[in-house]
Design a protein around this ligand. Structure first.
Ligand code: ADP
Length: 161
């Protein structure tokens, strides 16, 4: 059986922290589907299409990584795509409580699904999309936090605002 993992998130926008988790996940699973969550309660900076496009560009060199979007329940999306695992990155202890809750709920909804947590690369343990947006808004240098094309997209976005 092929092992297919889904890496869900808002990716608004994708950071080097996300990319680290996706790259490492792609070494362990046969296929990794990066799934952009649509209809998030938060108002995103980038549209779903823009987020997908950036993700596709930065994962282009990884042959077993696909990028897609989903709404509704993750377990339903996974069934349709024959995925059996969820990959999540864990940064600080603060991620833990929420992720425990999500993993338990997903297990309750479908007991065949396993959630795998990957510890963040220490370098990225304080990195989040929100932090990136917050500092990019003031034209600060985000080159160590996001891939170059994401940095350019942020500059264009804030220049247009
Ligand atoms: P963010 O908090 O950056 O908005 P997302 O909702 O896009 O994150 O997160 C998708 C997944 O990526 C989550 O599992 C999250 O824990 C993980 N993740 C986000 N940033 C990092 C990072 N710097 N290191 C490891 N994992 C991360």
């Amino acid at each position: 059986m092929m092992s297919i993992a889904v890496c869900p998130g808002s990716f608004d926008p994708v950071t080097k922290g996300h990319l680290d988790i996706i790259t490492r996940g792609a070494k362990v699973f046969d296929k990794v589907i990066v799934a952009v969550l649509i209809n998030h309660t938060k108002q995103p900076l980038f549209t779903t299409e823009e987020r997908i496009d950036l993700l596709k560009q930065v994962t282009n060199h990884l042959p077993n990584v696909e990028v897609d979007a989903f709404n509704g329940l993750l377990v339903d999306y996974m069934k349709v795509n024959k995925a059996n695992a969820i990959i999540k990155g864990l940064r600080a202890v603060s991620d833990f409580e929420y992720e425990m809750q999500m993993a338990s709920i997903n297990r309750l909804l479908d007991e065949e699904i396993e959630t795998f947590f990957m510890m963040t690369n220490n370098q990225y343990s304080f990195l989040s999309s929100s932090i990136v947006k917050e500092i990019a808004k003031y034209q600060a240098d985000v080159s160590s936090l996001v891939p170059p094309i994401v940095e350019e997209a942020l500059q264009r976005k804030f220049a247009a605002k």
